[in-house]
Design a protein around this ligand. Structure first.
Ligand code: GTP
Ligand code: MG
Length: 213
């Protein structure tokens, strides 16, 4: 790490250790907060670990609600980061959740898509992928949409503690190969574990970088 990187890492660490507060839940686009600061949003299939990752990044266990049951997060949840306010993190409902009532799934999908496509202050989306499963077609659909809307995104492999290092390396390589073909995807793939904390500091730095770009 050079001096500038080290300084950014330290700034990210401090920012995420400082004041972070739940602002509001938005069940529809008309309830979004005023677009006055940069936003970074967490997208991914139900149960992939979006809410857990938000808690790990902020080192606060109960900030975002997590659950074993897919479909825990049902609205767009906004979290204010920094005092003074520097950015907002947005926890979103999951997609690809077959067991939920169809009209509910449709409503979530529309909300997430409309938000991702039409939010001027959205600086980056994090597309979370379960390390055990890799990219699925529902993930590719979301990536297609982000590519079309020119929303820059990072792929984050979650639950890295659940797979062996050799398996993880294979998944990272396969995922990176797909990412390089996509115009709005960042080429670097993050691997994280909200259980062990691996990869969390690196992702904090990337989020700060995205929000200040
Ligand atoms: N082992 C392990 N389990 C994890 C990790 N991250 C999340 N989990 C577990 O996975 C389950 C789902 O986590 P959530 O964070 O609620 O997932 P989500 O993506 O927010 O799910 P929805 O809100 O339903 O879309 C919970 O039981 C978590 O404890 C991880 O890094 N390692
Ligand atoms: Mg959730």
């Amino acid at each position: 790490m050079d001096g500038a990187e080290q300084e950014l890492t330290e700034r990210a660490r401090k920012l995420f250790a400082g004041p972070i507060e739940f602002l509001k839940s938005a069940p529809g686009l008309k309830f979004l907060p005023d677009p006055d600061v940069p936003e970074v949003a967490f997208a991914g299939r139900s149960n992939v670990g979006k809410s857990s990752l938000l808690n790990a990044l902020t080192n606060r266990k109960g900030l975002a609600r997590t659950s074993n049951t897919p479909g825990r997060t049902q609205e767009l949840n906004f979290f204010d980061v920094g005092e003074p306010l520097r950015m907002r993190l947005v926890d979103m409902p999951g997609y690809g959740f077959a067991e939920a009532p169809k009209d509910l799934v449709k409503r979530w999908r529309r909300l997430v898509n409309d938000y991702l496509r039409g939010r001027p202050v959205l600086k980056r989306a994090l597309v979370l992928i379960d390390s055990r499963h890799g990219l699925k077609d529902v993930d590719r659909e979301v990536m297609d949409m982000l590519d079309e809307a020119a929303v820059s995104y990072h792929i984050v492999l979650t639950k890295a503690d659940k797979v062996k290092p050799t398996e993880l390396a294979k998944i990272v390589a396969a995922t990176a190969a797909e990412a390089t073909k996509r115009p709005a995807a960042h080429p670097a793939i993050f691997t994280t574990s909200s259980e062990t904390g691996s990869g969390i500091a690196e992702l904090r730095t990337a989020i700060l970088e995205a929000a200040t770009a």
